[in-house]
Ligand binder design. Sequence first.
Ligand SMILES: *Cc1c(COP(=O)(O)O)cnc(C)c1O
Length: 411
Amino acid sequence: MPGRNFLFVPGPTNTPDRVMRAMHVAMEDHRSSKFPELTMSLFEDLKKVFKTQSGQAFIFPATGTGGWEAALTNTLSPGDKVLSARFGQFSHLWIDLAQRIGLDVEVLDVEWGEGAPPDRIEQVLKADKEHKIKGVMVVHNETATGVASDIAAVRRAMDNAKHPAMLYVDGVSSIGSLDFRMDEWRVDCAIAGSQKGLMLPAGLGIVCASQKALAAREQAKCRRVFFDFGDMIKANATGYFPYTPALPLLYGLREALNVIFEEGLEEIFARHHRLAGGVRAAVEAWGLKLCAKEPKWYSDTVSAIMVPEGINGAHVIDVAFRRYNLALGAGLSKVAGKLFRIGHLGDLNELMVLGAIAGSEMAMADVGIKVKLGSGVGAAAQFYRSTDPVPKKKVSRKEVEYASHSTGSIT
Ligand SMILES: *Cc1c(COP(=O)(O)O)cnc(C)c1O
């Protein structure tokens, strides 16, 4: 099809052109004396995105799923008890992985459309007088249902229970797009992937580990080879990897981090909030409901939109793709067919989102959903016109000089 594909799945997201160009590199010796200049800058700058000073960032040639496995196997032993809430396909898959590596998972089932329940977590931890529970696993942003959980509240629940369990957070579809504060929330392992907020192709699983998590390695008996933090720590100390790194992705990550710091993390969070507001205005104008049950659960990176009874959400997605070159996210497992998702994270602006809203309402009308054409686009346009745009970051002289080497495009 002519023109660009409108990629609105919540990962992989659009890769900015300058990040694509940065990945187009000749292969080189990853053991050269120059290579650590790149890698050392990545380890340090990733920590800024996770908002940690004391943590350590690990970059695995993997995906978010590999990050899940690395976090758990490096810090726990088979038979260890962990507590987790299940409220969507990603929390389900992480629990499944934990069980398959031999952990004993106490699952709190929560209705899909809600997030992690701090009060129930607190109750369970309070009742665990012997501190058998070694970890609490939470998906920050449940991409399957468009629900964002309150990680600060989960930390408060753990503190109220005076429980020493470690806190594991899946930030695959939040880190770099939604506010995430590893140190402030005392997260022990935070997991990200390259293909969502970091705007890269899939291929990197990134884990940030706290000092407490790093210390837990000594006792952790889960089998690990490829994902062993110990091998990484040894090689990373001098800027190298224990195996051949994914070079183009590392160069891409360097440029993606430049893009992120030039815009500013706080400005990025505000932009995502604003873009999401337009999508939510459109959903309301269509007379439809989000899967997220209450505004406090609304995700600023993905909206899961319930289709009316008798309509298959997969049909909307297929028509959007075939007729309008628009890729929407599918309903997964329990909510298969019941919804479609608009991913609004990464390298996006208002007009791109309006395009996705336009394509969604055309596809919905095509499959027989009674939406008034233009209603969602109009509501979102009105929202964007009536709310302040995100102010530009005030850049310091130093940053301007630095940026001028990469693109010269900062204003
Ligand atoms: C995408 C995603 C994952 C899985 O990541 P992969 O990179 O596909 O392995 C895990 N958790 C969440 C919340 C996600 O959105």
